[in-house]
Design a binder for this molecule. Structure first.
Ligand code: NAD
Ligand code: ZN
Length: 241
């Protein structure tokens, strides 16, 4: 396919590639996204995912929060393995062509595939802490808890993820902006680019090679120099490092 050849040329000619991705990067690992055809938005659930995963919902309905979180996020993630997209990005970093993976995902699959410089805009389910005393806990404590996971002090153990209504980490934001503004190729994939401020960081890109890989059209398609409609694992799987 002509578009894959163009992406290959881009990759061959670049040495500061930055990848920016979202939930679509992990669907081929069996973790559902939010807005894709099979996404969590289409579940017949009492509340939509963004309501449940918000700070106010967490505070007001912790039991329902953890029911959804365990069922739809933690358990599927525990079963998941990195796919071809995660592996290819790790290889690109290893050979010195990719400087950062910026992800909206909280599943830790990029690190599991071997990526080192992963900027997790929305945190990680693998880190957890007591909302009262700050004590840190591994994912197992949360995944094995019945109902609301509790600290020894009685406080609620919460994931170190950015809930809706919560701000992003400042130091991750500045590293993200730095990486994107210095990139010579920006590959954006598996994200609807509808979650802010995450999507707005793309505006810091100064280069002229912006490749978008997604199953459907996004609002950034017109800004891209190359758009590929396809599965990101299948697309990146055809790229030679
Ligand atoms: P989104 O659900 O809004 O959009 C996902 C996009 O990826 C859709 O446009 C979909 O068509 C596309 N897509 C799905 N599978 C794909 C594939 N195999 N190849 C290419 N494209 C594919 O996700 P978002 O933009 O990341 O925003 C949702 C928010 O929820 C983010 O904060 C995200 O981190 C979080 N979330 C995370 C996970 C996870 O950690 N795996 C899962 C669900 C949601
Ligand atoms: Zn505590």
């Amino acid at each position: 396919m002509e578009t894959i050849e163009t992406l290959q040329q881009y990759v061959d000619q670049s040495s500061r590639i930055v990848f920016f991705g979202g939930a679509g990067v992990s669907t081929e690992s069996g973790i559902k996204d939010f807005r894709g055809v099979d996404g969590l938005y289409h579940l017949k659930y009492k509340y939509n995912p963004e309501t449940i995963l918000s700070r106010s919902f967490f505070q007001q309905h912790p039991e329902e929060f953890f029911e959804f979180y365990q069922d739809k996020i933690v358990q599927p993630t525990l079963q998941a393995q990195p796919n071809t997209a995660h592996h290819k990005l790790a290889q690109l970093e290893q050979v010195g062509k990719l400087t950062a993976v910026i992800t909206q995902n909280i599943d830790g699959l990029h690190q599991m595939a071997g990526s080192k410089n992963v900027l997790e805009l929305h945190g990680s389910i693998h880190r957890n802490y007591c909302a009262s005393c700050g004590k840190k806990y591994p994912l197992e404590t949360v995944s094995q808890a019945q109902g609301i996971p509790r600290c020894q002090c009685g406080g609620i153990i919460r994931p170190d993820v950015v809930l809706y209504e919560e701000p992003l980490d400042e130091s991750i934001i500045s590293k993200t902006i730095q990486a994107i503004s210095q990139a010579d190729l920006l590959i954006v994939g598996g994200t609807s680019l509808t979650v802010y401020p995450a999507a707005s960081f793309l505006d810091f890109y100064q280069g002229d090679r912006l490749a978008l890989i997604n199953l459907n059209v996004t609002s950034y398609d017109s800004k891209a120099s190359l758009t590929i409609n396809g599965k990101i694992g299948e697309v990146l799987g055809q790229i030679h490092v």
